[in-house]
Design a protein around this ligand. Structure first.
Ligand SMILES: *Cc1c(COP(=O)(O)O)cnc(C)c1O
Length: 394
């Protein structure tokens, strides 16, 4: 071992004939090669090896491989956020002059991309109701390249006509991109239904602990997938290795969390439906949901982990309820191990006018629940108790 002054700046990795069972966290930004020939072979793809973390790193690839298996994909890319994934899906395919159709209840920032950023870059966009395939067909133009939808919408939990849209897109040679964040691959696998691109905010259920911001996108077509990987590196959508490492351990418990939270959500939806002070409950597989039949066809008997409901008594009742629900986080996110409640009128949908919200059925009494892993009975009781307090006070 050389004892030159510079050796102090190069730690030696201890030898071990056994291997770690947990994936090592690898934060290295850059990788040293033995000589230019070796580096050349790496760049030419003749030898595996990392060069620079923005171009790819092991923790991102480990995570992408796990999500690929869940989605039945082979070439997914993990990026720095769910919005990076949505952006990548759009920009890897579209160019100025192209037209894209989006669902009218997409995630807020996705709507902003459609309404502001893509038009600024010379792309044309139309928003339509994805539960109505006739409306989607009417929006088709010769220059339409892509349809972007979410299977279950936020926060009214409407279910898109995925099969109808996929068939329509195939007829017109248009790509279908599905943001599968809410539904997850255990609820539905878009590639199995004929989608071309799958998007996730890994931040939500897949990572599941509200401590990592990440996205994932995969394409069925190998050329599009390759363009996505190149564009992600070029535009700097690199995910943090630490976030990838956290999300990986989240993914290992995802099946269990999914089973638990969806069973609890179905129960909570039933309990809320018969709770005094609740005007209505929205849960996709419940028989009074407007898309009930489609939900059953697409998702089986699994209605997911999100439940929305409306309190009688508007904003006053909502304030009283949230204050009384001290065990529950009032926070505009979803997919965490702990239950979270959000109030769309003051968060995700605050930019809309009262009329705009009314058209979507989002009143001041409207609340969205992301059901967590708490024991079902205790959770239902926390809700009924806080609602009873709100009824008494408002
Ligand atoms: C949260 C979310 C996004 C954005 O993901 P970030 O990781 O927060 O950037 C995109 N789509 C849906 C459906 C989401 O819920």
């Amino acid at each position: 071992m050389s004892d030159t002054p510079s050796a102090r700046f190069r730690a030696r990795w201890p030898e071990s004939s056994s291997r770690p069972v947990a994936t090592p966290l690898q934060p290295s930004v850059v990788y040293a090669s033995s000589d230019p020939d070796a580096l050349d072979r790496q760049y030419e793809g003749q030898e595996a090896g990392y060069t620079y973390a923005r171009e790819g790193h092991p923790n991102a690839d480990v995570l992408a491989g796990l999500i690929d298996r869940m989605e039945g994909a082979t070439n997914g890319v993990v990026v720095s956020s769910g919005m990076a994934a949505v952006t990548l899906a759009l920009l890897a395919v579209l160019k100025a002059g192209d037209h894209v159709i989006g669902a009218d209840q997409l995630y807020g920032r996705s709507l902003r991309l459609m309404n502001e950023e893509l038009p600024r870059l010379g792309m044309k966009t139309t928003l339509v109701d994805p539960t109505d395939v006739t409306a989607v067909e009417a929006a088709m133009r010769p220059e339409t390249r892509m349809i972007l939808i979410e299977t279950v919408s936020n926060p009214t939990l409407r279910v898109a006509d995925v099969e109808g849209i996929v068939a329509l897109a195939a007829k017109h040679g248009v790509l279908v991109a599905i943001d599968n964040t809410f539904v997850t691959p255990l609820g539905m696998r878009p590639f199995d239904l004929g989608a071309d691109i799958v998007i996730h905010s890994v931040t939500k259920l897949l990572a599941g602990h509200s401590d990592a911001t990440l996205g994932y996108v995969a394409a069925k077509d190998a050329d599009i997938a390759e363009r996505m990987a190149v564009l992600a590196a070029t535009m700097g959508m690199t995910p943090s290795p630490f976030d990838c490492w956290l999300a990986e351990r989240g993914v290992y418990s995802f099946d269990l969390r999914f089973e638990r939270t969806t069973a609890t959500a179905a129960k909570l939806a039933r309990v809320l439906a018969s709770t005094h002070g609740v005007a209505r409950v929205l849960y996709p597989t419940q028989s009074d949901h407007p898309d009930h039949n489609r939900a059953i066809a697409l998702l089986g008997d699994n209605g997911g982990h999100m439940v929305s409901f409306e309190l009688v008594g508007g904003r006053a009742a909502t304030n009283a309820f949230v204050k009384a629900a001290t065990d529950l986080n009032f926070a505009p996110t979803l997919g965490d191990v702990a239950t979270t409640i959000s109030h769309p009128a003051t968060s995700s949908h605050r930019a809309l006018s009262d009329e705009g919200r009314a058209a979507l059925g989002i009143s001041q009494g409207f609340l969205r629940i992301s059901v967590g892993c708490e024991p079902a009975d205790a959770l239902c009781e926390a809700f009924t108790r806080a609602i009873a307090t709100a009824v008494a006070e408002s």
